[in-house]
Design a protein around this ligand. Structure first.
Ligand code: ADP
Length: 476
């Protein structure tokens, strides 16, 4: 371990950076809203309550002053002594021309014209209010006309500078600002922490991938949590497990195959050496040896043919399938096996159903029938019997090979479909077996959406049952 190289991304392109940036952008937006909306809303509330209170007070003054058809400074002063409101910063009362009749700030301004735009609004009959927030103070003014029987006698102008509300608003702003700063710091810390945690977990995955890439298929990654990354890690582990299984099977296959090929080659070598190193060898023995060499060469040919078939099956090459009737295929295989059945003194009985049609290729069916029937004859006894039955029901086409042969022990029945597996190596070799026939049968059956089962009893016999989805069309 250690030499595996993990591919890296630059910080700017990293997920960690993007994640932290997004996190901060979202929080930044939230903080911006937090610092504007509540302040604007509370300012608005303060303005509204200030407007209501000032306009009320102006209305009270205006209705107290509008009791006769004239306004005099004395009359106004007297009324203001009673109604005066010390909380106001300035109170002005003017006549209808804007001439000041009362000023709470002193008498210097009396009989001067008041130059407040709000007053002119009030003199033209409107209730005017204006408020603004400056620094820590809230400055508000309200003006309202004084009327007597629909006649505008003058106007009242109230001005108030409120430091209390201003301070409250400022306080709110400062509090929000402080909260924002604390949140900002927390967010930066959290986003750095979380994005680091995220990128560390991604890094673990990357590291594991790099290790597996170097061929260490037993390596597993362990991520805590139940999020998508953990799921990804589980998927990765499953994938690695599959790779490991496939790799082990491939290694076993290569070593088994080379072992199988080595044996006949060693025999050939031995036989040729025997001929070459014995100058006085007679022609009869030479003939025997050469015949043995031919036998070994045949075995090599058989093994390589079967290996090629398995490679083709492993590649899952799509083949042109069509409805094929089982009976002619079985009959042809039986003809091919006639010399073997004669030599083994085995009788072969065919019980064939002409409507047993399978959607497959003729070669595949022939491969399955040949291997199963050949085994039934090979692993039989003189005088034994092999029954080959084809039949069908509503959904399935069934192909059965029953023999009265040596049987397969229970513990071997699960392994006979493995490549190069033989129950009795010596007997299989003697019978010209390669240990590949049943694995070819299994792969071919599965590629044609079929199933295969085996039932066997030692010394009594074996039955292989292959079933395929029934093809309703008429076979070739
Ligand atoms: P082989 O080329 O050795 O026949 P197969 O893959 O066809 O290889 O079969 C695997 C093993 O299963 C055989 O070696 C044999 O021991 C056992 N076997 C297969 N068919 C039968 C059968 N009908 N009766 C008894 N044993 C069988």
């Amino acid at each position: 371990m250690g030499k595996e190289e993990v591919r890296r991304v630059s910080l700017l392109h990293s997920l960690q950076f993007k994640y932290a940036l997004t996190y901060m952008a979202v929080i930044g937006l939230v903080l911006l809203l937090l610092n504007t909306y509540p302040i604007l809303a509370s300012q608005d509330l303060v303005f509204q309550s200030k407007q209501a209170s000032l306009q009320n007070r102006a209305a009270v003054l205006s209705s107290s002053l509008g009791v006769s058809d004239t306004l005099t400074p004395e009359g106004v002063s007297q009324a203001m002594e009673v109604l005066g409101d010390s909380s106001l910063t300035r109170v002005l009362v003017t006549d209808s021309a804007g001439l000041i009749l009362y000023d709470s700030e002193g008498e210097e301004s009396l009989y001067h014209y008041a130059l407040f735009s709000e007053l002119y609004g009030a003199l033209s009959g409107l209730d005017v209010f204006h408020s603004q927030y400056q620094g820590e103070t809230l400055s508000s003014c309200a003006a309202t006309p004084i009327t007597y029987r629909n006649l505008t006698l003058g106007a009242v102008y109230l001005w108030e500078v409120d430091t209390e509300q201003g301070a409250l608003l400022l306080n709110l702003r400062t509090t929000l600002m402080n909260i924002s700063i604390v949140v900002c710091v927390l967010v930066v810390l959290c986003s750095v922490f979380f994005s680091k945690a995220l990128s560390r977990r991604i890094g673990d995955l990357f590291h594991a991938i790099a290790i597996v890439r170097e061929g260490e298929y037993s390596h597993r990654v362990e991520l805590v949590g139940k999020d998508e990354l953990s799921l990804l890690a589980d998927e990765f582990n499953d994938l690695t497990h599959r790779l490991q299984v496939t790799e082990e099977a491939r290694r076993r296959f290569v070593s088994d195959a080379s072992h199988e090929l080595k044996t006949p080659l060693a025999s050939i070598r031995l036989l040729t050496d025997s001929i070459l190193q014995s100058p006085e060898i007679d022609s009869e023995t030479t003939r025997e040896f050469v015949a043995d060499i031919g036998g070994e060469a045949d075995r090599l040919t058989r093994i390589s043919e079967k290996l090629l078939t398995l490679t083709r099956l492993d590649a899952h090459m799509e083949q042109a399938r069509s409805p094929v009737a089982m009976s002619p295929v079985v009959e042809k295989v039986a003809r091919m096996l006639a010399p073997l059945t004669r030599a083994g003194e085995v009788s072969l009985r065919l019980e064939l159903d002409p409507d047993c049609v399978v959607f497959a290729t003729r070669d595949d069916l022939s491969q399955i029938a040949f291997n199963l029937m050949e085994n039934a004859v090979k692993y039989n006894r003189p005088g034994g019997e092999v029954r080959v039955i084809t039949t069908h029901n509503r959904e399935k086409a069934v192909f059965m090979v029953k023999d009265t042969g040596i049987g397969i022990p229970q513990e071997d029945q699960g392994k006979i479909f493995d490549r190069f597996y033989r129950v009795d190596k010596a007997r299989s070799r003697a019978a010209g077996g390669t240990g590949l026939g049943l694995s070819i049968v299994m792969d071919t059956v599965q590629q044609n959406r079929g199933e295969i089962t085996v039932r066997s009893e030692v010394e009594k016999g074996t039955v292989f049952i292959v079933s395929f989805p029934l093809c309703k069309e008429v076979g070739e």
